[in-house]
Write a protein that binds this ligand. Structure first.
Ligand code: KG4
Ligand code: ZN
Length: 336
């Protein structure tokens, strides 16, 4: 069995994993940088410094938990784009040095593709063609995969990402960071029909998303209410906001699937942990007699295991990076 040691440092989680070539995960250590919560969002320079501080310890923990030594590792994988450049550089430098010193091939992984491959961990049999909705703190993309390396971007956000809409609302309401999991939890106790927030870009021929109008709308709505009203109805306001985000994501995905007779849908990225998104997507996909795949919750947010999973095909294709490999922050799903 091939074993891949994988690194993910594109944002504010330092994560190292050991993954087998059958997609079983031997370890997946995620060290979340809680320090950013004080600032209500990720502070890039702080993130890079904390990666640098943590990466050795996280690597040791991942190796110990997997009960492996460097001699058992067949390849080193690392996410190289997109992300915060300083954060990516820490992971890439560390992975390059390690690959050089233990004389193993280095595999460069696109972070978004990593998110998609997180689905392989629970469903190794999953293969294209499928329609993928990749929703994270920095991205919202609807992508049709004809095959593993032939894909088409169907739609993307024109402004904020879906995760950003959750994070910015949570910041506005002083709920904490990251906003998604907090909103998800509070919304469970709320009435999602309390207030109707706008669903943007509803025109039939557009598969792009937009969440900045929603942000303005919630800001305007809150500014018209007094503090007591917001406090008493907080869960209802949050549930109404969450359903507005979720409905935009689900309706466009399903509309494209219906128009093109697609019955396999894959969801990935931090926002794929959202319970309302799961519920609505399962409901709508069952109406078109399709199948929908979500990663397990532990593999939705940034993690090393998904990077290891995305590296497996590349290992077998001998698609290795040389030691000149660089990191780049450019957004989007791009094969490298
Ligand atoms: O994929 P990810 O870990 O990082 C990026 O690549 O951006 O995604 C992080 C995003 C954050 O915006 C966070 O608020 C959101 O995923 N998120 C959620 C949930 N869990 C994480 N959003 C909605 N509901 C959740 N349960
Ligand atoms: Zn991510």
């Amino acid at each position: 069995m091939i074993k891949i040691l994988a690194f993910e440092t594109s944002c504010d989680d330092t994560s190292v994993a050991v993954v087998n070539s059958d997609y079983s995960v031997l370890s997946n250590i995620v060290s979340s940088q809680l320090k950013h919560a004080e600032f209500g969002g990720v502070v890039p320079e702080l993130a890079s410094r904390l990666h640098l501080k943590n990466i050795m310890q996280v690597t040791k923990l991942a190796m110990d938990q997997a009960k492996v030594q460097f001699s058992d590792i067949n390849a080193i994988a690392v996410s190289v784009n997109p992300g915060l450049i300083g954060s990516l550089l820490v992971g890439v430098s560390f992975a390059k040095s390690l690959a050089y010193s233990i004389k193993r091939p280095l595999i460069a992984v696109n972070h978004m593709l990593g998110h998609l491959y997180s689905n392989k961990i629970d469903h190794p049999e999953l293969e294209p063609p499928f329609l993928a909705l990749i929703v994270s703190g920095g991205h919202t993309e609807l992508v049709y995969f004809h095959s593993k390396d032939n894909f088409e971007i169907i739609g993307r956000t024109r402004d904020d990402a879906a995760g950003e809409a959750f994070d910015k609302t949570a910041k506005l309401l002083e709920l904490g960071y990251p906003g998604g999991p907090i909103i998800d939890k509070l919304a469970k106790k709320g009435n999602r029909n309390f207030h109707r927030f706008p669903r943007a870009l509803k025109e039939k021929n557009s598969f792009d998303f937009s969440f900045s109008g929603l942000k303005t709308s919630i800001r305007n709505y809150l500014s018209k209410q007094d503090e007591k009203f917001i406090k008493v109805n907080l869960n209802d306001i949050i549930a109404s906001l969450q359903i507005a985000i979720v409905e935009s994501l689900v309706s466009k995905t399903i509309r494209y699937a219906k128009l093109n007779n697609i019955n396999k849908i894959v969801v990935a990225g931090g926002v794929s942990a959202n319970s309302e998104l799961r519920k609505q997507m399962y409901g709508e996909v069952s109406k078109i007699r399709g199948q929908v795949y979500f990663p397990s919750i532990e593999y939705c947010m940034d993690n090393g295991a998904m990077i290891g999973a995305a590296a497996i095909d590349k290992y077998y294709r001998k698609d290795f990076a040389d030691l000149e490999l660089n990191a780049f922050s450019k957004k989007g799903l791009r094969f490298i």
